[in-house]
Design a protein around this ligand. Structure first.
Ligand SMILES: Cc1cc2nc3c(=O)[nH]c(=O)nc-3n(C[C@H](O)[C@H](O)[C@H](O)COP(=O)(O)O)c2cc1C
Length: 379
């Protein structure tokens, strides 16, 4: 059955993946209020239908950080994607490249930047502030050498938010009971077991090779995060990264216009307005509601991107209308990958493009770069 929409691909992922992994992708922190608001607030934005505008030729491409995107969308960094499909980061990066879009590789990816760059053009690279600055410097040098053009520095995870689904599924637990349940969960999903567990190669997090310890088990991975993510980070540390990264530097995880001004002051090139997809502080404003104030504050000087709740091409046009230069998509590609591998991500991106074209046609917007508040309805 051809998936008609993203919800169908999410359902395919739910069937194919062990429950623990599906819930890890799908869930948010605490009561999941921010996760729900990200989606609900997009639904509440209304587009202004216009007709008879000659929409026979549409231009969807845009340029950010010196790179031309075939539409204003990039794949967000998503950790552990190599567990959703065999070498999942590589599969998703291939789909992104075929669609003319950037792929962002998470530091928490299974495939390393070098492995991805052997298959496609080097990805954007996402990093957290790591306590061991020596290791961080080395990692920055390594991804520069690989040729990663853009660095996303994620700042909204000084400490991890509690995700109840992961606790209930024993994802953070190394007891015999939890491991037995995980094994049974895997056995109940044989297509996944064959693809990822048996043919997927090592589960070690490729970018963290050399970080001390193999990090092949999930509990080792959470332990490393607990020890190495740096809650003492301030804007001074962003300046430290700025000194070591000559290319475009993008701070990911800003919701507040005062923070946006501080980011501008330390010389970053862009921002992602984001609440980590509702996976960190619960009860924040949704990303789409936070976006306009940030654009007002710094949009003239910095490239402002957004993510959180983008589920269709219609959402992309709404975000552009509210001032974003482009959107990142997280769960959309993770579900598509988990349900259908590279082909699933190809399908999802083609549909997103079709939805964006349709939304542009019916709002009379012939060029994505001209999207703005005039496309919105307030009736
Ligand atoms: C399963 C999963 C893993 C994620 N891992 C990371 C990560 O390693 N680094 C990061 O900066 N953001 C990570 N994020 C957040 C995404 O980059 C993005 O901000 C978020 O998914 C956007 O919301 P959306 O899923 O509604 O599109 C992750 C999100 C999900 C769903």
């Amino acid at each position: 059955m051809t998936p008609a929409c993203l919800a169908d691909q999410r359902e395919a992922a739910r069937r194919r993946l062990p429950r623990m992994l599906f819930d890890y992708i799908d869930g948010g922190s605490y009561a999941e209020r921010t996760l729900a608001a990200n989606v609900a607030d997009f639904a509440a934005v209304r587009l202004r239908q216009r007709v008879l505008k000659d929409v026979s030729a549409l231009s969807l491409s845009t340029t950010i950080f010196g790179q031309t995107l075939s539409m204003p969308v990039a794949l967000a960094p998503v950790g552990l994607a190599g567990l959703y499909a065999r070498r999942g980061e590589v599969q998703a990066a291939k789909a992104a490249q075929a669609a003319g879009l950037p792929f962002s590789l998470s530091t928490m990816g299974v495939a390393s930047a070098a492995e991805v760059a052997r298959a496609v053009t080097p990805p954007w690279y996402q990093l957290y502030m790591i306590r061991d600055r020596g290791f961080m410097s080395e990692l920055l040098a390594r991804v520069r050498e690989v040729g990663c053009p853009v660095l996303l520095l994620t700042v909204d995870l000084p400490v991890p938010g509690a995700r109840y689904r992961d606790v209930r599924n024993g994802m953070t637990d190394d007891s015999l009971g939890a491991r037995t349940r995980q094994a049974l969960d895997g056995l109940a999903h044989p297509a996944w077991l064959w693809d990822v567990r048996l043919r997927g190669g090592s589960w070690a997090l490729g970018n963290l090779a050399g970080a001390g310890g193999g990090l092949t088990r999930l509990t080792q991975f959470w332990g490393w995060i607990g020890r190495q993510f740096d809650p003492s980070m301030t804007w001074k540390d962003i300046a430290w990264v700025r000194d070591r990264w000559p290319g475009p530097l993008v701070v990911k995880g800003v919701l507040d216009s005062e923070d946006a001004r501080a980011a501008r002051a330390v010389g970053v090139d862009g921002l992602v307005v984001s609440n980590h997809g509702g996976r960190q502080l619960d009860s924040t404003p949704s990303a789409i509601r936070a976006l306009p104030a940030v654009v007002d504050a710094v949009g003239a000087d910095l490239t402002v991107l957004m993510d959180g709740g983008v589920r269709s091409g219609l959402d992309v046009l709404k975000a552009l209308s509210l001032g974003a230069k482009a959107c990142l998509i997280g769960r959309a590609w993770a579900w598509a990958l988990g349900g259908g591998g590279e082909a699933g991500v190809v399908q999802m991106l083609a549909r997103l493009r079709q939805e964006l074209r349709m939304a542009m046609s019916l709002t009379g917007c012939v060029d994505v770069n001209e999207a703005g508040p005039h496309l919105l309805s307030h009736i």
